[in-house]
Design a protein around this ligand. Structure first.
Ligand code: NAD
Ligand code: UDP
Length: 339
C-alpha cells in the first residue's frame, strides 16, 4: 500500500486523517514541528490504531528536514495540513503566516519535485470564496480576495500548486476546500485542543460545557438569516478525514488539478448549534448575545455534489453526532492533551 507523508499529522484534522489512513490500509508518516500540537497525540493514535505510526519532528520550512524523510522512505504522496490557522492572529502576524504557510508549502513542493513525488493533497478552505454571491458554493464559485492574511495564504498556495502542476503535467494536485470541521474521534482519545482562548465556535462551546469558560458569546444576532445568527456548514472531522482517503483512492497518480468542496451541504446557524449541543448536554448551554465579530461572512455552505459524484464520498455524521463526539472528547480531556 502507498506510503503517505502527512505534514501537520499531529494536529486536529491531521491526527484524525492518520487514523483513517491506517484503517484504509495506507502507511502514513507524520511530520510535525509541534508548534500547535502535543506529542501525547502520538500515543493516542497508537491506542486507536493498535500500532505506532512513524513520525519525524521537523519544520516544513527547512528543506533538509523534509528531504531526510524523502531520502529514508519512498513517499508516494503527501497530504499537507501543516500551517498556522488562526484568522485573527494572522492579521497581527502576516509575515509569520506567509512564511509558515506559503513559504513552507513552497519548500515542501520543491522537495517533492526534487524527489519525484507527484501526489499532493492540500488543506484549503471555504474561506477562499470570501463573502458568497450565491449559495450553495460550488467549486466554480469565484475566488475572492481574502479578508485575512490567513485566507490569502490559502489562495496563494492553491495557485502555487496549480502553477507547479501546469509546469509538471504529471503531478496530481488535489485542493480540498474544507467547510467547518468539528467533533472528534468517537473513542474520545483524539480531538481539538486549541491553545488559549478558542477562536472557533465548537471548542468554545465544549469548554463552556466542562466549566473551563463561563459563557458562550454569540457574535451577532442581527444578521439577515432566519434567526439573526451566522450560518456555516459544520462537518464531522471523521467525515473530513474520510474525504482525504477518498481523494487518495481516486486521485493517486491521476495527473491534473482536482478541486473538491468537503462539506455536508447543510447550513446551521450559531443558535442551531447551541440548541443541538444543549440537547446533548442535557441542559441549556450558558450563552449570551454579543456584537458582531469583524470579518465574519453571513452564511456559507457547500454544494458537495462533486465529491459525491467523483469520489463517492458523502458526509454521514449528523449534527447530533458532531456535538456528542466533541463533548465526549472534552469531557474525557477537560484540559486537552495536558491531562
Ligand atoms: P492544527 O493547528 O491542529 O494542525 C496543524 C499542524 O501543523 C499542527 O500540528 C502544527 O504543529 C503543525 N505545523 C504548523 N506549522 C508547521 C511547520 N512549519 N512545520 C511543521 N509542522 C507545522 O490545525 P487543523 O485544524 O488540524 O488544520 C489543518 C489544516 O487544515 C491547516 O492547514 C488549516 O489551515 C486547514 N483548515 C482548517 C480548518 C479548521 O477549521 N480547523 C478549516 C479549513 C482549513
Ligand atoms: N462564533 C460565536 N462565538 C464564538 C466563536 C464563534 O458566535 O465564541 C460564531 C462566529 O461568529 C461564526 C460561527 O460561530 O458565525 C463560526 O465561527 P468559527 O470561528 O468557528 O468559524 P468561521 O467563522 O471561521 O467559519
Amino acid at each position: 500500500m502507498a506510503t503517505i507523508l502527512v505534514t501537520g499529522g499531529a494536529g486536529y484534522i491531521g491526527s484524525h486523517t492518520v487514523v483513517e489512513l491506517v484503517k484504509a490500509g495506507y502507511d502514513p508518516i507524520i511530520f510535525d514541528n509541534f508548534s500547535n500540537a502535543k506529542p501525547a497525540v502520538l500515543d493516542r493514535i497508537k491506542q486507536i490504531c493498535g500500532r505506532r505510526v512513524p513520525f519525524y519532528a521537523g519544520d516544513i520550512r527547512v528543506y533538509d528536514q523534509l528531504a531526510q524523510v524523502f531520502a529514508q522512505n519512498k513517499i508516494d504522496g503527501v497530504i499537507h495540513f501543516a500551517g498556522l490557522k488562526a484568522v485573527g492572529e494572522s492579521v497581527n502576524k502576516p509575515l509569520e503566516y506567509y512564511d509558515n504557510n506559503v513559504n513552507g508549502s513552497r519548500v515542501l513542493l520543491q522537495v517533492m519535485r526534487d524527489y519525484g513525488c507527484k501526489n499532493f493533497i492540500f488543506s484549503s478552505s471555504s474561506t477562499v470564496y470570501g463573502e458568497p454571491d450565491a449559495l450553495p458554493l460550488t467549486e466554480q464559485s469565484p475566488i475572492k480576495r481574502a479578508n485575512s492574511p490567513y485566507g490569502q495564504t490559502k489562495i496563494d498556495i492553491e495557485y502555487m500548486a496549480q502553477e507547479l502542476q501546469h509546469a509538471h503535467p504529471d503531478f496530481s494536485v488535489v485542493l480540498l476546500r474544507y467547510f467547518n470541521p468539528v467533533g472528534a474521534h468517537e473513542s474520545g482519545l483524539i480531538g481539538e485542543d486549541p491553545q488559549g482562548i478558542p477562536n472557533n465556535l465548537m471548542p468554545y462551546i465544549t469548554q463552556v460545557a466542562v466549566g473551563r469558560r463561563e459563557c458562550l458569546s454569540i457574535f451577532g444576532n442581527d444578521y439577515p438569516t432566519p434567526d439573526g445568527t451566522c450560518i456555516r456548514d459544520y462537518i464531522h472531522v471523521v467525515d473530513l478525514a474520510l474525504g482525504h482517503v477518498a481523494a487518495l483512492n481516486h486521485c493517486l497518480d491521476k495527473a491534473g488539478v482536482h478541486i473538491y468542496n468537503l462539506g455536508t451541504g447543510v447550513g446551521y446557524s450559531v443558535s442551531d448549534m447551541v440548541k443541538a449541543f444543549s440537547k446533548v448536554l442535557g441542559h441549556e448551554l450558558p450563552h449570551k448575545f454579543a456584537p458582531r465579530r469583524a470579518g465574519d461572512v453571513v452564511a456559507c455552505y457547500a454544494d458537495a455534489s462533486k465529491a459525491k459524484n467523483e469520489l463517492g464520498w458523502v458526509a454521514t455524521h449528523t449534527l447530533d453526532d458532531m456535538c456528542r463526539d466533541a463533548y465526549n472528547w472534552q469531557k474525557n480531556n477537560p484540559n486537552g492533551y495536558d491531562d
